[in-house]
Design a protein around this ligand. Structure first.
Ligand code: NAP
Length: 484
């Protein structure tokens, strides 16, 4: 151990992936670590999203780290505040919260003489042997390209920038968007508001996920029996990845048929045929990220709820005007219009050896090798890089799988005479060709718009099963990497 080079490591992002990376680095014996966080708190998406009704629609006993299973989850799918508290607790208990440098957004990274030089909004951050980006996927809010937003005289904000000073109680509320976020908000606030108009551009398939309380007996069992806790984690992650997500990518036809039927049956619970027709999607189940809710159809059928499918023309001082000239008068407008999921760690300026930028490397499309590294950018690793399993796959297990693979690459840098490791252009080209060959067979390519698709029409998710992802990332193919 003593002759191994100690590496200076920068982790960018103190969300779920960055916290996990720091813990795992420590476990592997690396102690020269810094976590750079652009905000003044940790938690990533669970810090940013505080909208009413926020819940993780992945069961809590699967949406947690494999190494820190929590016996105390209160619901099958727990609320956002509980999840944020979990990440805070794990960071504190593992002593990695003290490594976080808050309010330090890395703005520039340039590689020279085997090291990355980082600059943040705080100034020069010095040299690092390795950079791991853990910057998440859903964190650059998209504001709709609807004219006149500043003309609206009420309150208007993005769902991920919730204005806590605004109460919805007794108000006329408009929500733009019908993704997972909007569906959760509608279900939560409908009984509080005077009226609610949901502006739907595209109908969504909704899978009826019940969200029951976890009983005291179950919690007691999980507290007293770590094996039972681990077994539940394994059972649920397997069910999600090997059954559910496999159905989505076309590898479990029976599972897919069942899923499709569940969604149709759920839709058929909507009593008014006209409303049901408006809520019926014209694309296949799973083409967009599948929404999970047992409550939305009941909420949208309440007397104070309305589904508006007319095209929005503009914001006007007292609400939203549709293309047919009608105006929906509103006090508050929530923009549940999603995120730019193709930016990755940008707008950070990243320059590899010789000054080649990531913008140049990704001019055509975002591409990496095995979801974690990019040719021409040595010692630069990504948790959640291009082609990562996203959407209805289990994000935390994805991140752990990627990190374990990245760690093996980084350990190579500890060997004498090795200062750089980078994937070859040939291996990267072959990997991405295989992705492109496979994508047309996936459900995401069956004709819908979604956040999986980038501005050039490329579908960004891992197009095979999660089992294959785990298999492919078990051990690096060392022929695919060059060292210097
Ligand atoms: P989203 O799924 O991207 O949905 C954005 C919505 O806004 C879509 O309905 C979109 O319509 C609509 N929209 C965008 N621009 C518009 C415009 N100019 N006019 C009218 N409508 C417009 O975003 P999200 O709901 O925030 O969810 C994003 C992802 O976050 C989810 O897919 C999920 O991965 C994650 N999430 C997870 C949970 C959870 O419980 N685990 C909860 C919330 C979010 P089109 O469909 O027509 O584009």
């Amino acid at each position: 151990m003593t002759d191994k080079r100690n590496l200076k490591i920068a982790i960018i992002g103190a969300g779920a992936s960055g916290i996990m990376a720091a813990i795992k680095f420590r476990e592997a014996g690396f102690d020269d670590l810094a976590i750079f966080e652009k905000a003044s708190d940790l938690g990533g998406t669970w810090r940013d999203n505080r909208y009413p009704g926020i819940t993780c629609d992945v069961p809590s006993h699967a949406y947690q780290y494999s190494f820190a299973t929590n016996p105390n989850w209160t619901r099958m799918c727990s609320p956002g505040a509980e999840i944020l508290a979990y990440f805070r607790g794990v960071a504190r208990d593992h002593g990695v919260d003290s490594l976080i440098r808050y309010d330090s957004e890395i703005t520039e990274a340039s590689f020279d003489h085997h090291q990355w030089h980082l600059t943040s909004t705080q100034g020069d951050e010095g040299l690092f042997d390795v950079v791991v980006t853990a910057t998440g996927v859903l964190h650059h809010p998209v504001y709709p390209d609807i004219p006149g937003r500043d003309d609206f005289e009420g309150d208007c904000f993005h769902s991920a920038r919730w204005d806590d000073s605004v109460s919805l109680r007794g108000k006329r509320v408009g929500i733009i968007g019908t993704g997972s976020t909007a569906i959760q908000i509608v279900s939560e606030v409908i009984d509080d508001v005077a009226s609610l108009v949901l502006f739907q551009r595209t109908a969504q398939w909704i899978w009826p996920l019940p969200n029951r309380l976890i009983t005291d007996e179950e919690k007691e069992l999980y507290r007293s029996d770590a094996t039972a806790r681990q077994a539940e984690y394994k059972r649920l992650t397997h069910r999600m990845n090997s059954n559910f997500a496999a159905a989505i990518v076309g590898e479990n036809p029976d599972g897919y048929a069942e899923l499709e039927q569940d969604c149709i049956d759920n839709l058929n619970t909507v009593r008014d045929p006209e409303l049901r027709a408006k809520l019926t999607p014209d694309y296949k189940v799973g083409c967009k990220r599948l929404i999970m809710s047992n409550e939305f159809y009941e909420a949208i059928q309440k007397p104070n709820a309305a589904l508006e499918t007319g095209k929005i023309a503009r914001f006007v001082p007292d609400g939203i005007e549709l293309e047919d000239g009608t105006v929906q008068a509103l006090d508050v407008i929530v923009l549940a219009t999603g995120f730019n999921t193709h930016q990755f760690f940008r707008p950070m300026k990243v320059m590899g050896p010789g000054g080649r930028t990531i913008e140049e490397a990704w001019r055509q499309r975002n591409e990496g090798y095995m979801t974690v590294a990019v040719p021409g950018f040595p010692n630069w690793f990504m948790i959640g890089g291009p082609t990562s399993p996203i959407g209805n796959f289990s994000w935390l297990l994805t991140a752990e799988t990627q990190f374990a693979y990245v760690l093996k690459l980084i350990e190579r840098l500890q060997q004498p005479g090795v200062s750089e490791i980078v994937p070859t252009a040939a291996a990267t080209a072959a990997f991405n060709q295989a992705v492109r060959d496979r994508i047309p067979q996936t459900i995401w390519a069956t004709g819908c718009s979604s956040w999986y698709i980038d501005a050039s029409g490329n579908i960004a998710s891992w197009p095979w099963t999660f089992d294959k992802f785990e298999q492919d990332l078990k051990e690096p193919d060392w022929h695919a990497f060059e060292t210097a």
